[in-house]
Design a protein around this ligand. Structure first.
Ligand code: ZN
Length: 94
């Protein structure tokens, strides 16, 4: 078993543990709520991940809230797919 040393962005201390390096979370206040981002990397792998927690103000009534939740999840998924595809294509062409 090979354990990778702390990454440059690892928050160390209580942020790092349970077999993964974790950055200190970064929080952005937004007009709709907040976004909290944390970088993670398994201690035995080189692949890093971005964890996002997004707080979005939505309707109080169930039906419109469910519709908004589905629309938000669909658009977030689409944005991530577009960005990761573009990044992968750029990496291949450089
Ligand atoms: Zn670490």
């Amino acid at each position: 078993m090979t354990v990778t040393p702390h990454t440059a962005w690892c928050g160390r201390g209580h942020h790092c543990g349970l077999d993964e390096h974790r950055s200190k979370p970064t929080t952005w206040a937004t007009p709709y709520g907040a976004v909290v981002a944390t970088l993670t990397q398994h201690t035995q792998a080189r692949t890093a991940y971005l964890e996002l927690r997004i707080r979005v103000r939505i309707a109080c009534n169930e039906t419109p809230a469910r519709r908004q939740a589905a629309d938000i999840a669909t658009d977030v998924d689409g944005a991530i797919r577009r960005i990761t595809r573009r990044y992968t294509l750029r990496q291949v062409t450089q």
